[in-house]
Design a protein around this ligand. Sequence first.
Ligand code: GSH
Length: 125
Amino acid sequence: MGFIFKPVRWVLGQIVIFFDWVTRPKPVERPYEIQKEVDAKTRNMALYQFKLCPFCVKTRRQIRRLALNIDTRDARNDPNWNLELINKGGKYQVPCLKITADDGTVKWLYESTEINQMLDEQFAA
Ligand SMILES: N[C@@H](CCC(=O)N[C@@H](CS)C(=O)NCC(=O)O)C(=O)O
């Protein structure tokens, strides 16, 4: 039966991606200098994610809506990101936002709702 799940998951994923694309949110517009400050703050963030995961779509939409330039890392297909997420983040679950502070300390923030809330608190206009 396992062989059924993969294609079904793939088809559902494609549908999610399609509706995400059709209804994609419009990014906020900021004055150039303010956007530069925001970019400086998000430079130390990276989103570990899967392309077809609905929770990742939710967080990517938030990133788009807030016009954030956050690096996305494919934790399913890229073995480097996959291993880093498991070994340093602590578990194989996406989305996960890696935040590196100026002093080098790293925080791994799991759960789409928590990530979206944090981004909203920091960057909503
Ligand atoms: N409550 C979590 C759910 C995240 C979740 O279930 N992610 C799935 C992908 S859609 C996952 O990481 N699965 C790990 C795996 O495939 O082994 C959230 O909202 O972020």
